[in-house]
Design a protein around this ligand. Structure first.
Ligand SMILES: *Cc1c(COP(=O)(O)O)cnc(C)c1O
Length: 480
C-alpha cells in the first residue's frame, strides 16, 4: 500500500516510511492511495477471530512492507487479555473491546463499546499500545533511536508513556502543566519508574507546554541532530489501529453482514471518528457515524451548517470533558480530502484559507448536499447534559460512565433508529474524571483494583521552567 498526502504535493511512501513521521513535507496528512474493500463474505469469515487476529486481517491490508509473520506476532503481543483487563468484571474481557449493552430504547438496543480497558483507562491505549510495539520494531530494523517529545494535559501523554515504557531505542520526554492535571492523571504518569520515560512538570499551563514542543519542532537542526519525533493524533498508525475496533464492535453486535449498526463517537480531534469513516469506506455496514462534541462544537457546527470555523485558543472552553476541548480538529483534513474527491489541490486551498481566515464555507456547494452519503450526523452536549446523563445511566441501568462517554450517550439518544443497534464508543473510565463523577452522583467513581493505591506510589518527575532552552538542555543530557 502506498500513502499520499492530503495536499497532493509530496512523494508517495510506504507504511513503514510514514510510521515514524508526522505531517507530510507539503503540510498535509497521509492517507492510503485507495481504501481496501472488504466484502460481506470476507467480513462473515472474520466472525469468531480473536481481536489480535481480526486486527491482523485489517492491518495487513495497509502494511504490506511488514512481513506477515512479524505483523501477526506484533499484534498478538499487543492485544492480550492481560493488557486490557480493567473493564467491567461481567464483560467478556477476551473480546478486548467488549460491548456492554445498556438496554433497549425506542425499539433499538443501545450499548457501550468498551475501549478503555487498557493500562491508562482511556481509548488512546488501543492505538498507542500498538504504536509502541511498531516503533520498537521499525527502529530495530533501521538501527535507529527515537526521542519522543510531547505535551499533554492528561490522556495522550499517559497513553504514550505506558506504550513506550521499556521499549528499546525509544525515550519519551513528556511536558505536563505542573499542578494542573487531576490527581489521578498525574499519579498515573509520574509513578512510572522506567528509565526511558521522563516526566517534565512545567511551571505553566498546557499551552506553554505545547508552545515549547512547537518551538523545538521548528528548530529543524536540533530536531534532526537529536532524532526528535512525536506521537500526536495525526499519526497514520494511530488512525489505522483504531479502524479495527469498529470491525470488532460490528461483529459483536450482529449475526450476519446483512445487518447494519450505527456508532456514536465522542469527538475532539476527529481521530477516533475518522477511523470509523475509514471502516465505512472499506465496506463495513455502518448506517450512521454520529459525531458528539462538547461545548467546543467546531465539528457539530460543520456537519449542521457546512461552515468550518476553527476557534482561537482563547475561545476554547475548559469543560468537564477536557479531552475534547479543541479549537480545531487536526484529523478533519483527512475527511475533507475524501469529500473533495481526493483532490489534493482543492484540499490545500481550503486549509490555506483556514490558516488565513480561520475557516471555510461549503454550505452552498454541491459537495455539502452530497455529504449525507458518508453517513455522518452530529450533536453537542453541555456540562448540564453530561451530569444529567451520568445520573440517568447510573439510575436506569446501574452503569457508571465517564464524562466524555456521557456526551456520546446524550447525542446518541437523539439519533436512535428502530432496529439499528446504536453503539456508543466508551472513551474513558469514570475514575479518570472522578471530580465530575462525584458532583454528578454524590459518591466516588469506581476504581479498577490495579489502581487503588496509585496516588500513594513514589513519583518520578522533574520540575522545569516554561523555557525552551531548559527543555532542550534536559533532552540533550538524557538522550537515547
Ligand atoms: C482523546 C479523547 C477523545 C477525543 O478523541 P479524538 O480522536 O480527538 O476525537 C474523547 N474522549 C477521551 C476520553 C479522549 O481521551
Amino acid at each position: 500500500m502506498r500513502y499520499q498526502s492530503t495536499r497532493g504535493n509530496s512523494p508517495q511512501q510506504s507504511f513503514l516510511e510514514i510510521l515514524l513521521g508526522g505531517l507530510a513535507p507539503d503540510g498535509g496528512l497521509y492517507l492510503p492511495v485507495q481504501y481496501p474493500k472488504v466484502t460481506t463474505a470476507q467480513l462473515d469469515s472474520w466472525r469468531g477471530l480473536s481481536y489480535a487476529d481480526l486486527a491482523y486481517e485489517v492491518l495487513s491490508l495497509y502494511s504490506d512492507d511488514i512481513p506477515e509473520a512479524d505483523l501477526r506476532a506484533l499484534l498478538r503481543k499487543t492485544y492480550t487479555e492481560q493488557v486490557y483487563c480493567n473493564g467491567r468484571p461481567q464483560d467478556n474481557a477476551k473480546d478486548i473491546t467488549p460491548i456492554h449493552w445498556l438496554g433497549e430504547e425506542h425499539g433499538t438496543r443501545i450499548g457501550l463499546l468498551s475501549l478503555s480497558n487498557g493500562p491508562t483507562l482511556a481509548f488512546k491505549d488501543m492505538a498507542m499500545q500498538l504504536l509502541g510495539n511498531l516503533f520498537e520494531y521499525a527502529l530495530k530494523k533501521k538501527g535507529q533511536h527515537l526521542n519522543i517529545l510531547g505535551a499533554t494535559s492528561g490522556d495522550t501523554g499517559s497513553a504514550a508513556e505506558y506504550a513506550m515504557r521499556g521499549k528499546e531505542g525509544v525515550k519519551v520526554f513528556m511536558l505536563s502543566p505542573r499542578g494542573k492535571m487531576s490527581a489521578f492523571q498525574s499519579a498515573q504518569m509520574y509513578s512510572l519508574q522506567d528509565p526511558n520515560i521522563f516526566n517534565l512538570a512545567v511551571a505553566g499551563v498546557f499551552d506553554d507546554c505545547q508552545d515549547i514542543v512547537k518551538a523545538v519542532s521548528n528548530d529543524h537542526a536540533f530536531k534532526a541532530r537529536n532524532q526528535i519525533g512525536t506521537v500526536n493524533s495525526i499519526n497514520w498508525g494511530r488512525v489505522v489501529a483504531q479502524v479495527v475496533y469498529y470491525f470488532q464492535g460490528y461483529l459483536l453486535a450482529t449475526k450476519s453482514s446483512a445487518e447494519k449498526v450505527s456508532f456514536t463517537v465522542p469527538s475532539g480531534n476527529f481521530g477516533n471518528v475518522c477511523a470509523g469513516h475509514i471502516a465505512r469506506m472499506m465496506g463495513l455496514p455502518i448506517e450512521h457515524l454520529i459525531v458528539a462534541t462538547n461545548e467546543n462544537d467546531v465539528l457539530d457546527e460543520f456537519f449542521r451548517t457546512g461552515i468550518y470555523r476553527a476557534r482561537k485558543s482563547a475561545e476554547t472552553l475548559h469543560t468537564s470533558s477536557p479531552s475534547m476541548d479543541i479549537s480545531k480538529a487536526s484529523n478533519f483534513e483527512r475527511f475533507v480530502f475524501d469529500f473533495m474527491g481526493q483532490d489534493g489541490k482543492a484540499t490545500a486551498g481550503m486549509f490555506k484559507q483556514v490558516d488565513e481566515t480561520g475557516g471555510f464555507d461549503i454550505s452552498k456547494d454541491a459537495v455539502f448536499k452530497d455529504l449525507s452519503k458518508y453517513g455522518f450526523q452530529s450533536g453537542r452536549s453541555t456540562h448540564e447534559n453530561r451530569l444529567e446523563t451520568i445520573r440517568d445511566i447510573d439510575q436506569r441501568y446501574g452503569v457508571m460512565i465517564d464524562t466524555h462517554t456521557a456526551d456520546g450517550v446524550k447525542v446518541a439518544r437523539e439519533h436512535l433508529q428502530a432496529g439499528i443497534p446504536m453503539i456508543v464508543l466508551e472513551t474513558a473510565l469514570p475514575i479518570k474524571f472522578e471530580e465530575t463523577i462525584e458532583i454528578a452522583l454524590g459518591r466516588p467513581a469506581e476504581c479498577p483494583p490495579a489502581f487503588k493505591d496509585i496516588k500513594s506510589k513514589p513519583q518520578r518527575v522533574e520540575n522545569i521552567d516554561a523555557d525552551v532552552n531548559q527543555v532542550k538542555a534536559f533532552i540533550t543530557t538524557h538522550l537515547g
